[in-house]
Design a protein around this ligand. Structure first.
Ligand SMILES: [Zn+2]
Ligand SMILES: [Zn+2]
Ligand SMILES: [Zn+2]
Length: 157
């Protein structure tokens, strides 16, 4: 397994819109034309985004979806694992994601999100359980940095 960027993720996700919609329908949510348009729009977003950024880009792309529907759909997609919350600087943003435990490397310049293929903490956590007798239930790991492209433009400017 290797790391995937948001862009690659977005392209492969686009083919999976139907699957995500089926998941939503399984949860008892009506698949309206609005929600279908919103889900395929969100899953194609390459980097991380805040809910207010999403609202304004929906607006400028003339996709008319009510605010409440946007917030409810974001919440739902997060719960199903298709979106993750990532820290972009001080703000909490969303990134398009796949279900399953993993961590993210977020570029503080452009907001590109790298999805790490496996959990770098799993050995450490197993040792910790052995040493302490705890059963570890959850953990968080946030990694931020500057992607190669942003380092490049830093040198040029
Ligand atoms: Zn992810
Ligand atoms: Zn960057
Ligand atoms: Zn982990």
């Amino acid at each position: 397994m290797r790391e995937t960027t948001g862009r690659e993720q977005a392209l492969s996700e686009e083919a999976e819109v139907a699957g995500v919609l089926a998941d939503l329908a399984d949860q008892g949510y009506a698949i309206t034309g609005q929600r279908r348009a919103l889900v395929s729009y969100v899953l194609a977003l390459p980097g991380c985004f805040t809910s207010s950024q999403l609202l304004s880009s929906l607006h400028s792309d003339r996709i008319h979806v009510g605010r409440a529907t946007v917030f409810r759909t974001l919440e739902l997609l997060e719960r199903l694992g298709y979106l993750s919350r990532v820290a972009e600087g001080e703000r909490s943003a969303y990134a398009v994601c796949k279900p399953g435990h993993h961590h993210h490397l977020v570029c503080s310049g452009c907001g590109q999100v790298l999805h790490l293929a496996d959990c770098p903490m799993s050995d450490l956590l197993a040792q910790l359980e052995q040493r302490t007798g705890y059963r570890i239930e959850r953990h968080q790991l946030e990694i931020a940095g500057l992607c190669p492209e942003c380092q490049q433009s830093e040198v040029q400017s």
